[in-house]
Design a protein around this ligand. Structure first.
Ligand code: GDP
Ligand code: MG
Length: 599
């Protein structure tokens, strides 16, 4: 396929601005998919994606389009819309020459519009602004064009306005792509150089790799080498996503498509890797910054008998999501489990939902922890991913010189009447200096630095509720600062329960301590003896609650005689105990571990 008739492009947008709808329209218009109702949002393939309306994994689709006497091959690379998945966005952008920046004409520029614009701008892509949803009564295209001009210096006369839903002006989108986005450079004669930008595991064909062929050509039967591992692979199949994998005879410079080869697991498919032909090594492509875990959580089976089955399920799920890091963990309270690292809390929640729905697993997830850093007096330092790894009180005094926490630089966009509420919200979450500018006469863009630990919990929910849903938010990590951190431990009748420990800033010790003690008091049932719940920082008790004793005798109501009824009741009581964890002689219900995390 001549490179001059190929275009590789993506659509970037804030969540819900209509990316998936537009992608569907373009696939319909080019006859790649049928116009049937069952095909809604074909690029959103996972069940969680359809349910939550978010794209988690970037998807790619090719289409053919006749324009001015030529047949063009257009490769559309979908991008996820949520902050947690922004590393997926940069992967997709590396496979294109240009992008459509889609903005909802009734909502205007939002925080992820800004973040995505800068990602594309940094990649030197051609950026074509498109206003969507102009059919809505609340649409104000003129105002949003002004925002595009003041925020990104774009020419208001160059902005296409469409409705992906009603198909208005959608026919102008592909001509715009063909005329303004440059074709990939034609280097078919060069030795093969291909960028691996995504991969997944398919139970029939094994690992499928999405590649962008930068130079040369690749065919079925070729032997290629991974620059990263120097391993050799024989290509079993090459093809394009049309939108399902469709075999072709070759993929050549400028094309985007898939290959299958004798790869066993997705961990071999190192995203950002360069493939070259055997005995024809090339200079590797720049690659990517690897996905970094921002939050770590312990995951344990609700019923410890399900450990082996859960182990298998987690393994399968991580095969398809290389951005989840995993290591085994043992807790004195919850037994054997795993410490998993996620890109953010939404990513964590999506993972949990997939485990429960696709693998029918029941799990306990402990309080998420960000990666803290501990610097020792002797100059050593380590990253702490779980409260258990954090030094105990006596070590803090004797061997630790400094503790540090990761920061993010946050961007928020909202109507000006919420400025006060948003400033308060950030201050309450230990923000640094806040700065704000107006992007039009009524909308404010605010930026500030926040501790990452402050945004993993309920920050996003509070942002939405305090702005009546109007504020949008995005962030990127921006390094570590020294921070006075304290580990809070929980003792139940003097026994420490490691799975309930948390790391907090010193200013929050009393508040968090009290709230943990109160929540535990609510969920732990009264026992035959008094139970003391203590939250301690070192040897200092920061909060204490007492659960008074009760005499629970399930047989009290059977007046002696009826033996079978008595047996039945005793058996029932035993069953009930299965859902409890014994900490010393205290029964702790599963809910206790969950209750502590839910604010
Ligand atoms: P994404 O998150 O950017 O992929 O957005 P979706 O394509 O999932 O669209 C979000 C919502 O906006 C859906 O309910 C769509 O039906 C709706 N939507 C998309 N385009 C339009 C449009 O042009 N007009 C109207 N009125 N609604 C639209
Ligand atoms: Mg979508």
């Amino acid at each position: 396929y001549p490179a001059e008739y190929i275009r590789n492009f993506s659509i970037i947008a804030h969540i819900d601005h209509g990316k998936s709808t537009l992608a569907d329209r373009l696939l319909e218009l080019t006859g790649t998919i049928d116009k049937s109702a069952t095909n809604k949002q074909v690029l959103d393939k996972l069940k969680v994606e359809r349910e939550r309306g978010i794209t988690v994994k970037a998807q790619t689709a090719s289409m053919f389009y006749d324009y001015r006497g030529h047949r063009y091959l257009l490769n559309l690379i979908d991008t996820p819309g949520h902050v947690d998945f922004s590393y997926e966005v940069s992967r997709s952008l590396a496979a294109c020459q240009g992008t459509l920046l889609l903005v909802d004409a009734s909502q205007g520029i939002q925080a992820q519009t800004v973040a995505n614009f800068y990602l594309a701008f940094g990649e030197d892509l051609t950026i074509l602004p498109v206003l969507n949803k102009i059919d809505l009564p609340g649409a104000d295209p003129a105002k949003v064009k002004t925002q595009l001009q003041s925020a990104f210096d774009m020419d208001p006369d160059q902005v296409l306005a469409i409705s992906a839903k009603s198909n208005l002006n959608v026919d102008q989108v592909l001509p715009l792509v063909i005329e303004h986005i440059p074709p990939p450079t034609n280097t078919v004669q060069q030795p093969l150089k291909a960028l691996l930008f995504d991969s997944w595991y398919d139970s029939y064909v094994g690992v499928v790799c999405l590649i962008r062929v930068v130079d040369g050509i690749v065919r079925k039967g070729d032997t290629i080498v991974s620059n990263h591992s120097k391993r050799k692979y024989d290509i079993a199949e090459v093809g394009i996503m049309y939108p399902e994998p469709t075999p072709t005879t070759s993929l050549q410079a400028g094309q985007v498509g898939y290959i299958t080869c004798n790869m066993k697991t997705v961990s071999e498919a190192h995203v950002g890797d360069t493939f070259y032909r055997l005995k024809q090594p090339v200079d590797p492509l720049p690659g990517f910054v690897p996905a970094k875990s921002m939050v770590f959580s312990g995951i344990f089976p609700v019923d410890s008998a399900e450990f082996a089955r859960l182990d298998e399920s987690i393994e399968k799920l991580t095969l398809n999501d290389a951005s989840v890091s995993m290591q085994k963990e043992t807790s004195n309270a919850l037994g054997q489990g795993w410490r998993l690292g996620f890109l953010g809390t939404l990513h964590m929640d999506v993972f949990r939902q997939r485990l429960e729905e696709e693998y029918d697993a029941r799990v306990i997830i402990t309080q998420p922890t960000v990666p803290y850093r501990v610097v020792y007096a002797n100059g050593d330092s380590k990253t702490v991913r779980t409260p258990a790894e954090f030094p105990e009180y006596h070590e803090m005094a004797s061997t630790v010189s400094e503790t540090q926490e990761p920061m993010v630089s946050a961007t928020m966009i909202f109507p000006q009447e919420y400025l006060g509420a948003m400033m308060d919200l950030c201050s309450q979450h230990r923000s640094g200096e806040q700065e704000h500018t107006f992007i039009d006469e009524s909308r404010v863009m605010m930026t500030c630095k926040l501790p990452m630990a402050e945004i993993v919990d309920d920050f996003y929910t509070q942002l939405k509720s305090r702005s009546s849903g109007y504020a949008s938010f995005d962030y990127e990590e921006c390094g570590y600062i020294p921070s006075d951190l304290v580990k809070l431990n929980v003792n139940i009748n003097r026994r420490p329960v490691d799975a309930l420990s948390v790391i907090v800033h010193r200013s929050q010790v009393e508040f968090v301590g009290r709230s943990i003690a109160q929540k535990l008091k609510k969920v732990i049932k009264r026992q035959l003896f008094e139970v003391a719940v203590q939250v301690v920082a070192g040897s200092r008790v920061v909060a204490r609650e007492t659960i008074s004793a009760t005499r629970k005798d399930v047989t009290a109501k059977c007046y002696g005689g009826d033996v079978t009824r008595k047996m039945k009741l005793l058996h029932k009581q035993k069953e009930g105990k299965k859902r409890m964890r014994m900490i010393g002689n205290v029964e702790i219900p599963q809910e206790a571990f969950l209750a502590v995390i839910k604010k």
